[in-house]
Write a protein that binds this ligand. Structure first.
Ligand SMILES: *Cc1c(COP(=O)(O)O)cnc(C)c1O
Length: 355
C-alpha cells in the first residue's frame, strides 16, 4: 500500500509485530520495529528513498562493503517523554558526524532531508514502538555502506543508506570492571578512530574477548604508540574526576567525538565544575587510585549515557574505586542529562527534536 508519494514511498506492513513484544524483557538489538528506511546512491545522486516493512536485503556476493569495509553507522535514541511525546536527542549531530565518517571513507554524504526527515517519518510511523517505561527507549541505527558488486580496490560508485529501529531496555545494569589495555590498540594516529567505521568495532572484539575471559567487562584503550595515555572506555568516551576536576582526553584523530561527551562537558561547565580536556596518562590515574585522589571514573555514550566503573585493573593490580553514590559530578550531570533526554526538565538548548 503506498500512502504517500510526495517525498518518498511508504509501504506499510500489513500486520504490526508490536503485540508480540514483551517490553519488560527486550533483548538488546534483537527486536526491530515494523519498518525501515532505505535510500540509494547511484550515478552521483541520491534517490529511491523508501520506508518499507523491516526485512532482509539482497546483495551480490561481490558487494564491496563485504570485502573492503566501506561501512559506517550512527546510534541515537528516542525517548517517550512524560507528556507522551517522542523526543530524539540531538539528531543533527549524528547526521553531521555520519557525513564526516563518510568523507573519511570516500563515501557520499547523506542529504539532511533523507537522514533527518526520513528518520522523523520512520519514527512517526512506528511511534508505538517507543517504550513508555522509564530507562527504556527506541534505539535508532542509521548506517551507510558500499554496494558496488566489484572486487577492484577503489571507492564504490553506489551506496545504500538505511535506518532501522530497535526498542531497548536499560543498557548496563551494574558498575563495570575495566582493564587498561597495554598490548592491543583501538585506533592509531591518522587512522579512522575518530569516525564511526564498522571496522573499528571488529578490531576491538578479540582483545575484549580475551579480557572477558578474565572477568573484565570492557577495556580502557590506550594510545597505539606508547600505551601511555588513556583514550576511550570500550565504545564510550572516558572521563575521570581527580581532585574535583573533571578530565577527559582531547579530541584527536584517535578519539570518537561523542555527542554524549560534548553534552556532558557543556552541562558540567555550565554547572561551574572545573573541566579539562587534556591527555591523561596511565601513571596519573594509577597514582590517583593509590593516593585516594581519584574520585570518579566513568564512560559516556548514547547506549548508557553514564556507565560507572567501580573496578580498575592495570597489569596485575586491581583497584576498588570510590562508591558510586559518592560521585558528585557524574551523578549530578548524568541525572541532568537523562532528565533532559526524557523531557522531565527544561531544554534551553533545544537538544530534543520532538516527533
Ligand atoms: C559511538 C561511540 C562513542 C559515543 O558516542 P555518542 O555520540 O556519545 O554515542 C564513543 N566512542 C566510540 C568508539 C564510539 O563508537
Amino acid at each position: 500500500m503506498i500512502l504517500d508519494t510526495i517525498d518518498f514511498e511508504v509501504v506499510q506492513r500489513e500486520t504490526s509485530k508490536l503485540p508480540e513484544i514483551d517490553f519488560d524483557n527486550i533483548p538488546f538489538g534483537k527486536v526491530f520495529a515494523d519498518h525501515m528506511l532505505c535510500a540509494t546512491y547511484e550515478n552521483g545522486k541520491w534517490g529511491n528513498t523508501q520506508i518499507l516493512p523491516f526485512g532482509d536485503i539482497q546483495m551480490s556476493p561481490a558487494t564491496s562493503m563485504i570485502h573492503y569495509g566501506q561501512s559506517i553507522f550512527e546510534g541515537l535514541k528516542a525517548f517517550r517523554t512524560e507528556d507522551g511525546q517522542i523526543a530524539v536527542f540531538r539528531p543533527e549531530e549524528n547526521w553531521k558526524r555520519m557525513n564526516k565518517s563518510a568523507k573519511r571513507l570516500c563515501m557520499p554524504g547523506v542529504p539532511k532531508e533523507i537522514f533527518i526527515e526520513g528518520m522523523k517519518r520512520l519514527i512517526d510511523l512506528d511511534r508505538g514502538w517507543v517504550p513508555t517505561k522509564e530507562e527504556s527507549s527506541l534505539y535508532i541505527r542509521p548506517f551507510l555502506f558500499a554496494t558496488d558488486a566489484m572486487l577492484g580496490v577503489k571507492p564504490s560508485q553506489s551506496y545504500m543508506f538505511m535506518i532501522i529501529l530497535a526498542p531497548v531496555g536499560p543498557y548496563y545494569s551494574k558498575p563495570l570492571h575495566l582493564k587498561i589495555e597495554t598490548k592491543y590498540t583501538r585506533a592509531a594516529m591518522g587512522g579512522v578512530g575518530a569516525v564511526k567505521a564498522a571496522g573499528n568495532y571488529a578490531s576491538a572484539l578479540y582483545p575484549a574477548q580475551l579480557a572477558a575471559e578474565e572477568g573484565i567487562d570492557q577495556l580502557i584503550w590506550t594510545d597505539g604508540k606508547e600505551h601511555k595515555y588513556l583514550e576511550e572506555a570500550g565504545t564510550m568516551n572516558m572521563m575521570v574526576v581527580i581532585n574535583k576536576t573533571l578530565i577527559t582526553p582531547p579530541l584527536t584523530s584517535t578519539i570518537l567525538p561523542g555527542i554524549t561527551r560534548a553534552s556532558f562537558l557543556e552541562l558540567a561547565r555550565e554547572e561551574g565544575y572545573n573541566v579539562e580536556e587534556r591527555p591523561i596518562t596511565v601513571d596519573e590515574v594509577i597514582g590517583a587510585c593509590k593516593n585516594g585522589s581519584l574520585e570518579e571514573l566513568f564512560g559516556v555514550g548514547t547506549a548508557a549515557t553514564i556507565a560507572q566503573v567501580d573496578k580498575l585493573t592495570h597489569e596485575d593490580q586491581t583497584f576498588q574505586l570510590p562508591q558510586i553514590s559518592s560521585r558528585e559530578i557524574s551523578n549530578t550531570i548524568g541525572t541532568k542529562l537523562v532528565n533532559i533526554k526524557q523531557g522531565r526538565v527544561e531544554d534551553p538548548r533545544q537538544w530534543n527534536t520532538h516527533i
